[in-house]
Ligand binder design. Structure first.
Ligand SMILES: Cc1cc2nc3c(=O)[nH]c(=O)nc-3n(C[C@H](O)[C@H](O)[C@H](O)COP(=O)(O)O)c2cc1C
Length: 279
């Protein structure tokens, strides 16, 4: 399969076979992470490999109980790492203060995701599947404590990897034309915006299960792995809040705006604890 087809058919995979990934394959995944582009080629990145039952269980707990984190045979913790660089600068009688420089931070976070996406693509080409877990950002303190992560290092993203047991068929995306602008930014009008998202998600129909299959696949996937009855809970919440459309579903049920804004404080505190003084 050529690279275009491979990348077009990639889906986030959340249900994995109980099968180990050979060490030689893991080495290749790490090679492409390390070979990724990096701003100034500074490489402010560390990757913690988690394969143990204990580590996976802990990560699942820290990710808000997402069951695939416990069942994936391998999870990589992508850490933004200024510890190594700071020490090196010090040893060389100079000063690196990425922990206080927004520009260094933003570039380092981009570096981290670029490296992780290299892993995603190679994994896909080797018959593996993967899923990012961003919610680890809510639990930076405990993740740092459990994995003995030092100051100036932030665990920012998980990538769960394994052989797929099942692969989701399709996930709605905006039409390409919606995100592409020719030379100058085209400010979309209300009608264009409404149409773009209607075409992406379709209406919230009466058959909530069918709707969730399109809009919130994770809920259905979680129920396949557990007896959590996650879908039932989401459906109840949708009824309680009288959800009428996909935006209400996203920002009242999945990512409630108040909760997301309240998280700022927690994330800021975690950054401070790790020695970062940016926000
Ligand atoms: C930054 C980032 C964070 C994500 N966090 C999670 C997560 O916490 N849990 C999860 O199940 N999927 C997570 N995903 C996967 C998305 O849900 C998925 O990419 C999206 O639904 C589109 O599906 P696709 O990857 O199959 O195209 C994340 C993806 C990205 C890029």
């Amino acid at each position: 399969m050529n690279l275009y087809d491979l990348m077009m058919k990639r889906r986030s995979v959340r249900i994995f076979k109980d099968r180990k990934i050979p060490e030689s394959v893991i080495e290749q995944l790490l090679d492409v992470a390390n070979q990724a582009p990096s701003g100034g080629n500074i490489q402010p990145l560390s990757i913690i490999l988690v394969r143990s039952h204990e580590g996976r269980k802990k990560l699942a707990e820290l990710s808000g109980g997402q069951p695939w984190v416990a069942t994936a045979p391998l999870t990589m913790i992508f850490c933004l790492d200024f510890y190594r660089i700071k020490k090196w600068a010090e040893l060389c009688q100079t000063d690196f203060r990425g922990e206080g420089a927004l520009n260094h931070f933003l570039i380092a976070y981009a570096d981290l995701m670029v490296a992780a996406q290299n892993v995603v693509i190679l994994a896909e080409s080797l018959g593996l599947g993967s899923v990012y877990i961003g919610s680890i950002q809510h639990e930076i303190d405990e993740t740092r404590a459990f994995f003995e992560i030092p100051e100036y290092v932030l665990p920012m993203m998980l990538l769960c990897i394994g052989y797929p047991q099942s692969i989701p068929q399709s996930v709605p995306k905006l039409k390409k034309e919606v995100i592409v602008h020719d030379e100058k930014y085209h400010r979309p009008n209300e009608e264009e915006i409404r149409r773009a998202f209607d075409e992406k998600y379709g209406p919230v129909d009466r058959n909530l299960e069918k709707y969730l299959e399109r809009a919130f696949l994770e809920a259905l996937e979680a129920d396949k792995l557990e007896t959590s009855k996650y879908v039932e809970r989401v459906k109840k919440e949708m009824k309680r809040l009288d959800i009428q459309n996909s935006a209400q579903f996203l920002f009242k049920v999945r990512y409630p705006t108040k909760v997301m804004v309240r998280l700022n404080h927690r994330i800021r505190q975690s950054f401070k604890k790790a020695g970062f003084d940016i926000f």
